[in-house]
Design a protein around this ligand. Structure first.
Ligand SMILES: Nc1ncnc2c1ncn2[C@@H]1O[C@H](COP(=O)(O)OP(=O)(O)OP(=O)(O)O)[C@@H](O)[C@H]1O
Ligand SMILES: [Mg+2]
Length: 364
């Protein structure tokens, strides 16, 4: 793919917001958001329905005017310098914008012409993108006859006709089958490899896990956690132990032993032989490392005659992070809840802490 936009070098972050607010009547859709999105990466914004993801994206893409705070895109204020921002960004919306009655080729050629490409250049660019997105065979078909996955791909193709410096992808894979999701992920990776920064909103943890370098979890218009995947995972606990026993009758005994060593979070899995235990690392940051605790638990199980067939020690999944952050907090509780990364200290300090936890985990 060729890069068509004129790029001025920008050494700072792609996006920087400070106390950003957008209100709809009584609803504070975006309620004081601070974000820093490094240039050249995929940044994930994760949140449940109604969290404020689309609203935040629209403000950053200059489609909505903020009601408070500040947002800069490549150093340009989204209100005072909206034109400069528009020249550098592109948006693939949750409900996207190609014309249903036109064919794939017609859509891309029309949009390329609107962007100022000559006729031949527009046709060449359209053909190039259709081929890159696996849509050459469907190029002559009306978009209304495309499958959901093809539709998403043509939407993204339309948004990168001029390779933007910053691409907003608002839930690009919602409703797609696993194969189509993988195709979209490949496209995102290719776009980033070209130097574009991507801000990706998603409700899918695995998507953020696959693509994003850093993730902000938002809920009720606020950032409730922010960091790398590792930092977010480390912040809900040191990890978890999964084990599978030889005999189901030994499970209650195993549960007792695990609880004695690892503390509360021992859970039975649907498989009658399996148990999962969250390592909440007794003793906080000065306590023993996750691996040491797990080894101690295994030794105790052996001593008690519990036979373990299979054992693994893993970081918590992003699903656990998400549930811990978004589910167990009452709707109106302040954003600074019981979560270690956001317990009232500045975010940076919270991040320091989780990095420390992570390194301890690795050292052990
Ligand atoms: N134009 C609007 N007028 C009034 N309320 C709105 C408007 N747009 C969004 N909202 C409200 O703002 C809140 C945030 O909505 P938003 O669409 O940003 O959430 P979202 O995180 O994108 O959710 P989803 O995952 O469902 O797309 C919701 O309570 C929504 O009802
Ligand atoms: Mg949305």
């Amino acid at each position: 793919m060729t890069r068509h936009s004129s790029r001025r070098p920008h050494s700072g972050p792609a996006i920087e917001t400070s106390n950003l607010v957008k209100v709809f009547g009584e609803t504070r859709a975006v309620d004081g958001v601070d974000l820093t999105v490094p240039t050249g990466t995929v940044y994930g914004v994760l949140g449940p329905n109604g969290a404020g993801k689309t609203t935040a994206v629209k403000v950053l893409a200059t489609l909505l005017r903020p009601d408070g705070g500040e947002a800069r895109v490549f150093g340009h204020d989204v209100v005072a310098e909206a034109d400069a921002v528009r020249g550098r960004v592109s948006l693939t919306g949750q409900y996207a914008s190609v014309d249903e009655d036109l064919t794939g080729t017609e859509n891309l050629v029309l949009l390329a012409r609107l962007l100022g490409h000559g006729r031949a250049a527009a046709r060449a660019r359209a053909a190039e993108l259709l081929a890159a997105f696996g849509l050459s065979r469907a190029a002559g078909r009306q978009v209304k006859h495309y499958s959901g996955g093809m539709r998403r791909r043509i939407d993204i193709a339309a948004s990168i006709l001029n390779t933007p410096d910053l691409l907003f992808l608002d839930e690009p894979t919602t409703g797609l089958d696993p194969r189509s999701r993988n195709q979209v992920w490949e496209i995102v990776r290719a776009v980033v490899a070209q130097g574009t920064t991507v801000l990706l909103t998603t409700q899918y943890l695995d998507e953020a896990d696959q693509l994003a370098s850093r993730i902000a979890v938002i809920d009720h218009g606020r950032v409730i956690a922010e960091g790398t995947k590792g930092e977010l995972k480390a912040s809900v606990g040191a990890g978890s132990v999964h084990l599978r026993l030889r005999e189901a009758e030994q499970r209650p005994r195993a549960e007792q032993v695990l609880a004695a060593v690892l503390g509360e979070g021992v859970e039975r899995e649907a498989d009658p032989l399996a148990l999962t235990a969250r390592i909440t690392a007794a003793g906080g940051s000065r306590g023993p490392a996750a691996a040491e605790l797990a080894a101690r638990a295994l030794a105790d199980l052996a001593r008690q005659g519990v036979v373990v067939d299979n054992f693994s020690l893993g970081q918590p999944s992003l699903d656990e992070v998400f549930l811990a952050l978004t589910d167990r907090r009452p709707v109106d509780a302040p954003a600074t809840g019981e979560h270690p990364a956001t317990d009232g200290r500045p975010a940076a300090e919270g991040r320091e802490k989780s990095r420390e936890t992570q390194e301890r985990g690795r050292a052990g």
